[in-house]
Design a protein around this ligand. Structure first.
Ligand code: NDP
Ligand code: 2IT
Length: 450
C-alpha cells in the first residue's frame, strides 16, 4: 500500500528525485499511524498529501546592467493549507526546479505543523542565480518576480519568506513591489526589516533554534554543549547564527563552508572571526576562502569533485550542524562522522542527509535531529512575525527569544512523545513525521473532501 504510494508518485513525476526522497521518508514513518487509523487510508489521506493544492509556474523576465534581457522561471508550490495559510520560504539558486521545491514544500507542511502555530506549507523560488549580480539587478529581478507572484499571495492566503539566496535585501525589494501593486501594507512576507514590520530575532531564529534543539537533545543524556567541538557547514543565514548561539553555549566551532570549499580553524571561530564572516558574506558577498587569508592559522580546502566524500565531515568532532543544503552528507560522510565518534547531528538545513546516511545515524544511536524538527525555529519566528503584524505591535527581543525557546522545547518533547507512543523511543525522525502528520491529517478529516 505504502510502497504503492511512492510508486504512484515516482511514475507520475519520474524526475523529481528529491521529492521522492522526502515522500519516501514520511511514508516509511507513518505506516503504524495508518494501521491504527484505518479511516486515514479510506480517506486517501496520503494520496491527497502528496499532490500540491496548486503549483504556480511563471516567466520572470529582467534586464541586467548592460541592457541584456534574461528570462528565469518563477515557482510557488502551495502544498497544504489544512491548518493555516501556506507558509514557507523562497529559494533563488540556479539548481532550483519543481522537484526540489515540492520536496521543500512537502517537508514544510509537517515542520509547520510541529511549530504549534497555525501555518500550512508552501515553498517557492527561482532558478535565478544572485551570485555576482549587482544590487540593482537583484532589485529588478525581485520586482519582476513579484509582478506575477502577488496575484497568489496575501497575509491570510500565502506568506513567503527567505531561504537560500533570499535574505533581508531580497525581501525588501519583493515587499516594495507587492505594496506598489496592491496598495496594501500588510504581513504578506516575513523576514522583513525591523524598521518596517519585521520581528526581532527572525534573522537569528533558524540557527538559534537549531542550537536550542541540539541542547534539548543532549539534555536527554545529561550532557551540554559546553566545550563540544562542532562542525558547521554553510556560511549563510543559518550557519552564521548557529555559530553565534554555539558560542553562547561555550562550544568550539571549527568549520564553515560555501559551495566552493570549506575552512578548518582548529582554534575555533570566536566572536571577532564571526563578525568578519558576517561582513564577508552579508555585505561584501565574498567567498569563505577569504577567511583563511584573514586568519592564516585556518586551512582552506576547495571542493574536489573527484572525491567521494566531503572532507569537512571527516574532522573529528562531537557535534555536526549541516546548515548548507540538501544531501550535503552522503553515505560515506555519515560513516566518517560516526566512525570519528560524533555524538550528535542536528540539521539546520532541509534534508541535508541522504537516506542511507539517516539509516546509519539511527542505527548507531547517536542523537540525530532531522531538519523538519531542528530547523523549525526560523518558520516559528516567521509565525510570530505574522502575529505581531496582525496585532500591529512588536515584541521585545527577550519576548521573541523566549517564545522561540519554548517552541523548540515543545517540538523536541512532541517528537520524543510521538516516537515513544509508536515504540521507537529516541527516534526523532519517526517522532517528527508522525506528530507533524497527525495534526495535519486530523484537520483534513474535519474539513471534508476538498
Ligand atoms: P543562505 O543563502 O544564507 O546560505 C546558504 C549557504 O549554503 C551558503 O554558504 C551557500 O554557499 C551554501 N550552499 C548553497 N547551496 C549549496 C550547494 N549546492 N552546495 C554547497 N553549498 C551550498 O541560505 P540559508 O542559510 O538561509 O539556508 C541554508 C539551509 O537552511 C537551506 O537548506 C535552507 O533550506 C535551510 N533553512 C533555512 C531557513 C531560513 O530561515 N533561512 C529556515 C529553515 C531551513 P554559496 O554562497 O557558495 O552558495
Ligand atoms: O525552510 C524553512 O523553514 C524556511 N526557509 C523558513 C520559512 C519561513 O516561512 O520563515
Amino acid at each position: 500500500m505504502m510502497e504503492g504510494i511512492l510508486k504512484v508518485v515516482k511514475d507520475k513525476d519520474p524526475n523529481e528525485k528529491e521529492f521522492h526522497q522526502a515522500v519516501g521518508e514520511v511514508v516509511e514513518s507513518i505506516g503504524p499511524v495508518l494501521d491504527r487509523n484505518p479511516e486515514y487510508r479510506k480517506s486517501k489521506i496520503l494520496e491527497r498529501l502528496v499532490e500540491p493544492d496548486r503549483v504556480i509556474l511563471f516567466r520572470v523576465p529582467w534586464m541586467d546592467d548592460r541592457g541584456e534581457i534574461h528570462v528565469n522561471r518563477g515557482f510557488r508550490v502551495q502544498m497544504n493549507n489544512a491548518i493555516g495559510p501556506y507558509k514557507g520560504g523562497l529559494r533563488f539558486h540556479p539548481s532550483v526546479n519543481l522537484g526540489i521545491l515540492k520536496f521543500l514544500a512537502f517537508e514544510q507542511v509537517f515542520k509547520n505543523s510541529l511549530t504549534t502555530l497555525p501555518m500550512g506549507g508552501g515553498k517557492g523560488g527561482s532558478d535565478f542565480d544572485p551570485k555576482g549580480k549587482s544590487d540593482s539587478e537583484v532589485m529588478r529581478f525581485c520586482q519582476s518576480f513579484m509582478c506575477e507572484l502577488f496575484r497568489y499571495i496575501g497575509p491570510d492566503m500565502d506568506v513567503p519568506a527567505g531561504d537560500i539566496g533570499v535574505g533581508a535585501r531580497e525581501i525588501g525589494y519583493l515587499f516594495g513591489m507587492y505594496k506598489k501593486l496592491t496598495n496594501e501594507f500588510n504581513g504578506v512576507l516575513t523576514g522583513k526589516n525591523l524598521k518596517w514590520g519585521g520581528s526581532l530575532v527572525r534573522p537569528e531564529a533558524t540557527g538559534y533554534g537549531s542550537v536550542y534543539f541540539a541542547s534539548e537533545m543532549l539534555a536527554t543524556r545529561n550532557k551540554t554543549l559546553d566545550s563540544k567541538i562542532c562542525l558547521v557547514s554553510g556560511s549563510g543565514n543559518v550557519a552564521q547564527f548557529t555559530v553565534e548561539k554555539l558560542l553562547d553555549f561555550n562550544a568550539r566551532v571549527v568549520t564553515l563552508s560555501d559551495s566552493s570549499g570549506y575552512i578548518f580553524d582548529e582554534e575555533g571561530i570566536d566572536r571577532e572571526k564571526l563578525a568578519f564572516i558576517k561582513r564577508l558574506k552579508n555585505v561584501k558577498r565574498g567567498r569563505i576562502k577569504e577567511y583563511a587569508d584573514q586568519y592564516p592559522n585556518a586551512i582552506y580546502t576547495p571542493v574536489d569533485p573527484a572525491l567521494d566524500h566531503n572532507p569537512l565531515w571527516n574532522h573529528k568532532a562531537d557535534c555536526a550542524f549541516p546548515s548548507a543544503t540538501q544531501n550535503e552528507i552522503n553515505e560515506k560522510d555519515a560513516r566518517n562522522l560516526v566512525q570519528n565518534g560524533v555524538e550528535m547531528v542536528c540539521e539546520g538545513a532541509n534534508m541535508p542527509t541522504v537516506p542511507k546516511g539517516v539509516d546509519l545515524f539511527l542505527g548507531s544511536h547517536i542523537l540525530y535531529g532531522p531538519g523538519k524538527a531542528a530547523n523549525a525555529g526560523g518558520v516559528s519566528v516567521s509565525g510570530l512575525e505574522m502575529t505581531q503584524n496582525s496585532m500591529r505591535i512588536s515584541w521585545t527581543r527577550e519576548e521573541v527569544d523566549q517564545r522561540l525557546k519554548m517552541i523548540m522545547h515543545s517540538i523536541h518533547r512532541t517528537c520524543l512523545d510521538a516516537a515513544a507512543a509508536y515504540g521507537v523511543p529516541g527516534n526523532y525522525v519517526r517522532g517528527a513525521n508522525i506528530a507533524g502528520f497527525v495534526k495535519v491529517v486530523e484537520a483534513m478529516m474535519d474539513q471534508g473532501l476538498v
